[in-house]
Write a protein that binds this ligand. Sequence first.
Ligand SMILES: Nc1ncnc2c1ncn2[C@@H]1O[C@H](COP(=O)(O)OP(=O)(O)O)[C@@H](O)[C@H]1O
Ligand SMILES: [Mg+2]
Length: 164
Amino acid sequence: MNWVVTTTSSGETETFGRFFAQALRGGDWVLLQGDLGAGKTTFVRGVTAALGGCGVKSPSFSLVNQYEGELSVAHADLYRLDKADARDLGLDEYEDDGWVVMVEWPERLLYDHQGSGFRVLFRRLSEDGGDDPLNARTICVEPLNDESEERLVLHDVACWENVE
Ligand SMILES: Nc1ncnc2c1ncn2[C@@H]1O[C@H](COP(=O)(O)OP(=O)(O)O)[C@@H](O)[C@H]1O
Ligand SMILES: [Mg+2]
């Protein structure tokens, strides 16, 4: 089952990231898909803020940024790579060490993650898609396995709008 929310500002996407973070556990992968400017890094900022990390910048140049918090996050952006081997980047080691591994442009990965986590798809609404078309984004969260889905249900991410 997938959960879809719509945000109308970067602040709201960050808030959703903070709420979503409650469903995360060490060893999860979060695969962030969507065009440039769709809101992936903004979402990561919200997630890490909730987990005690801070100072999120796009890791396009460094490839992997680390945010240490209650639950630590490794944040990779593979946009500049043709193909990336997850093992070369050490992403599997972060997973083994109990970090959350968040990856922008996971399509570039030569690695098929089989464990827990979520795919999160970001999409800009079309120009005529709403009252505030330039800022509206739909965010679709898709659990990667049954256990992750149960956690999402437990934290009731579907009802996040009621929590603010
Ligand atoms: N609803 C929204 N959610 C996220 N970002 C938004 C939204 N509306 C406008 N923005 C703007 O879009 C840009 C998203 O950038 P970023 O998060 O770096 O995207 P990505 O990492 O997907 O390339 C930022 O400039 C942000 O201020
Ligand atoms: Mg980005």
